[in-house]
Design a protein around this ligand. Sequence first.
Ligand code: AMP
Length: 228
Amino acid sequence: MIMKMQSNNPLLFITLHCLLVLSASQDFDFFYFVQQWPGSYCDTKQGCCYPSSGKPASDFGIHGLWPNRNDGSYPSNCDSSNPFDASKISDLTSKMQSDWPTLSCPSNTGITFWGHEWDKHGTCSESVLNQHDYFATTLSLKNEIDLLQALQGAGIQPNGQKYSLSSIKGAIKGASGYTPGIQCNNDSSGNSQLYQIYLCVDSSASGFIECPVFPNGSCGSSIEFPSF
Ligand code: AMP
């Protein structure tokens, strides 16, 4: 048997097999680490409902860690055989509730939101991060760069005033060393407001990098930072 495999060049077979597995399982170049200003989710027509644990802190909350490609496209829903299983992150629940809060209606515990994020995005990076590590790694990324502190340190407060887009980017770049992508949405009166902040993480999820490509942020040059 061994002799037969050797004559069929097992090294070539193994190399090709590894390449195939790698290309099938890691179809992305980097991650977007996306945080969201809850005030800008809640004052849109989507509305918001707080979970039974109460109103989330007046701070940026995690939206997700999204595998992305350098051409701007991204994979999604990559493995239906590995659905979200809340029991795998039971040790992270209280940190998830504070740092990755759900705001969707009707109010729920967060399981629906976290499950959506795992099923849509997490399953596309499972070659790098298993389900527990996907959430644990994302939580620890939030600890590394305090976005609200970076903005407030530059005099940019969630007080309903308008700030220039360049001052917001500059404050985050100055505090973290990395240029963020900024995404806006419109409040019920149609004002452009700070909705989500994107930072980039290398494909092994080991640290921040400069973004290879930025999302289309749809922001004006001056945007509102609503209170929450
Ligand atoms: P995604 O598909 O990962 O781009 O996430 C978008 C979906 O997540 C939409 O259905 C949003 O309404 C929902 N969503 C965004 N932020 C939150 C949040 N804080 N809580 C619950 N659902 C959210």
